[in-house]
Design a binder for this molecule. Sequence first.
Ligand code: DGL
Length: 265
Amino acid sequence: MQIDPSPRREIGVFDSGVGGFTVLRELRELLPTARLRYLADTAHAPYGNRMPEDICARSVAITEHLVTQGAELIVIACNTATAHAIEALRARWPALPFVGTEPGIKPAVAATRNGRIGLLATPATAASARLRALIERHANGREVVVQGCPGVVDRIEAGDLDSAELRALVDRHCGPLRAAGVDTALLGCTHYPLIEPLWQAALGPEVKLLRIETAVARRAAALWAPGPESPDLHIETSGDPVALRGWIQRVLDWREPDVRRWPGN
Ligand code: DGL
C-alpha cells in the first residue's frame, strides 16, 4: 500500500500578535525541515484585555483556518488563548494534537529557595480559572504572587521594547513581586521574553526569571514526525502585513519574511 506523502502537512502556530515568535524561533531550530504557518491575530491584540468568550471565538476561527491550510499540529503560542480556549479547541478537534503555553509552575517550585514565586501575565490569564487550578495543582505550598500587567503587550506590538514609559510600566507591575520578596519570577506571556532585560532590571539581578517557550517548542517537536515535506514558513496577520514585516526584520533580524494578510482581500 502506498503511503500518502501529504506534502501539505504543516504545523500551525498562533498568537494574538508577535509574542508567539519567541516560540516559533525555537521551533524552527528544532524542526528545520518542517512546514510552519504562523498566524498573528494583530487586529485583535491584545487578547489580555478581551472577554474569555471572545478569546475563545478568535482561537476557534484561527484554528479552523490553520486546519484548512494543512495543519496537523497546533501550537498555541499564547498563554492567554491557552487559558481560555484550549479545552474548547480540544473538544472541537479531538483528533488534532494541541500544544498549549502555560507558565512553568513546577520548574519555579524547583528553583525557588525562599518559597516565594512571582508570575507576570496578561490580565485575562491572571484572572483565569485554568491558571488558578494550575497553581493549586503544582505550587506545593509555595506562595505564588500573580500580577496582571495591562499595557505591556500593546507597547511591544507597537515596536516599543525599551522606552522610558515602558520601563516605568514594567517597574510598576513588578512592585507587588518586589514587596512580596519573590526570588523567582515566571514570564507568563509569550510577549514578555522580548523585553526580558526590563523585567530583570525592575526585579533586581538576584531574582531568577523563568521563561517557557523552549519547553513548548520541545513538546511540539516531540509530537512531530518529520515527513517528506520541504521546509517552509508562512506568516499571516489579521493586521497590517507591511508593519509586521518591518517589526520582524527589526526585532528578530529575519531577512525577507513572507507576510500575508489573513483573511486575504
Ligand atoms: N502573547 C500572549 C500571551 O502569551 C497574548 C498577549 C495579549 O495579546 O494580551 O498571553
